[in-house]
Ligand binder design. Structure first.
Ligand SMILES: [Zn+2]
Length: 188
């Protein structure tokens, strides 16, 4: 961020009075540009014993498989956003069930939410951001070709919980180990 979105002048990274961390503040008009985490809303669409995955047609993780989801828009609810993203990416009609998992991803300033959902019919197809959309049973899941850790974790929880026939909500934080650079999932 280089220029003020109010007046176009230069920004400086300073701690504003009464604040405790650096913000981008306009040198000219003093406008403070707060930056906060973004929310990614997703569904876990279920049809009989299968789940619906999308093959990504965009970066990051082009060509890898993910659950339908994307950035929540201003002016919509998490539920509406998850339904919209599922329609956009998989052209799929789903009915939302419970909020099922929540992943904090602080190193990229994101929060990912996944709703369990019933896939209502088989009239799904690839949206503009997908190369392919497909139903997978547990033993067909392309575990080494999944795009994101929260997607992998949510699928693992789902197949485990399905065996118990109980679906408690899962909350976790995805961290990067500073030494190994490997992903660590810490459950709350
Ligand atoms: Zn300004």
């Amino acid at each position: 961020m280089n220029h003020c979105n109010h007046c176009g002048n230069n920004l400086s990274s300073i701690i504003p009075a009464g604040d405790d961390r650096e913000r981008y503040v306009c040198d000219e008009c003093g406008h403070i540009h707060y930056q906060n985490p973004r929310i990614i809303v997703c569904t876990l669409p279920i049809y009989e014993d299968k789940v619906l995955l999308c093959k990504r047609a965009i970066e990051p993780r082009y060509g890898l498989w993910t659950l339908p989801g994307g950035f929540m828009e201003n002016g919509e609810s998490t539920h509406a956003g998850a339904l919209r993203e599922t329609r956009e990416e998989a052209c799929a009609n789903v009915e939302l069930l419970d909020l099922y998992s929540l992943y904090n991803v602080p190193h990229i300033n994101q929060v990912h939410l996944f709703f369990r959902a019933n896939l209502l019919d088989l009239n799904f197809s690839s949206g503009a951001e997908s190369l392919d959309v497909k139903l997978y049973s547990e033993n067909e899941i392309p575990w080494n070709k999944l795009a994101f850790t929260p997607v992998m974790e949510t699928l693992k929880h789902y197949f485990h919980d399905r065996n118990q026939n109980t679906f408690p909500m899962h909350c976790a934080e995805i961290l990067i180990d500073p030494n190994t650079k490997q992903t660590i999932t810490r459950h709350f």
